[in-house]
Design a binder for this molecule. Sequence first.
Ligand code: GTR
Length: 422
Amino acid sequence: MKKIINHTIILLFMTHFSSAQFEPNYDEAKVPVFPIPDLLTTFSGEIIKNSEDWNTERRPELLNFFEENVYGKVPGTLDNASFEVVERNENALNGKAHRKQIEVTLQKGSRSLQFNILLYLPKHKDKAPLFLGYNFFGNHTITTDLNVLVSKAWTMNNEKLGITANHATEASRGVRAHRWAIDKILDKGFGLAVIYYGEVDPDKNDFSDGLHTLFYSKGQKQPKANEWGSIAAWAFGLSRALDFLEKEKQVDASKVIAFGHSRLGKAALWAAATDERFAGVISNNSGCGGAALSKRKFGETVGRINTSFPHWFCDNFEKYNENEEALPIDQHQLLALIAPRPLYVASAEEDQWADPKGEFLSAHYTFPVYGLFGKEGITSQRMPEVNQPIQNTVAYHIRTGIHDVTDYDWEQYLIWAKKFIE
Ligand code: GTR
């Protein structure tokens, strides 16, 4: 309760005084000088010299730190998960794809939660590698395909996208199609599976709904300080979708790439860090609490993100509000948890809020861990020019334009995925 009151006060305060309260730093000269937490030295000072020690010592302690202090632990296990195909068509998208819509039911004791997966698979492939990711406003927004079901779940209002009264309607069909290059994905022989993130956990500072409620003990109203926020809940949802994909004959479940933009990029990274079945991950403009280094305090900061979105991370993360120096880790160590699997970090030139340079450096600093596995990271500290991708097992590009997902982004992801995942 106390937390809720505090946040309400902070939020009210922010709405009135936000510009005076928080001035993001966009000046490289004002970025603090700080030591990059070393990937290959354990918290107790041991030096990691090979992949085995990384896997048995360093990786687990880093993962544990992020679980306890950043994203929060999943507090239990489900009793059951079931999957029902509620709609299918062998000739979707002008005969190019198989379409399936799957209702997933997660159960714990007497409580349950349902969410829907929209799956497109290329008809010319017997077993397809696949991108799995969330969308912001419902599966029906990613395509003009009239058969995609409109979500009944709570949805953030967005008048421009035709969403009012917190529920989506036909009016928003296809409004986000430009973010999902479905034809290109299918033509290259990849499948695409998407989920509306609000069905897994509605994106609001309210822990009385969504996935968290399944795991509450008697009388519990919100997760404990080291338990999951919304990002970890969304990550958990991606893993349950992967459980389903493992049963799908036409999917190559050993080649599922978690994909996400912005807050959903943070969720994709955390999903791939916690679930090693993901073959790789793409972080599109994930920014603070995603790929970007926190200690640079460039654009969005830990204090700012925990104030604007108190439900995204676990409460323990608030210890680092305006106190990034005290963090014994930084986000390059989250990225290193993906190793040796392929990792793509992408930025946009006009998305300074997400700190493109901090995203690049974070990807760069993972190279010693990829090196332990004989994989090529990004060794140069020099950021590439705009629209000049670097594509190794670790890949990075900064494209022209704003915070968004574009065809250009997908074209690069497909070139890289063909080389490093397929
Ligand atoms: C912003 C938030 C970012 C990013 C973004 C998004 O408001 O500050 O961290 O996640 O939302 O998800 O579009």
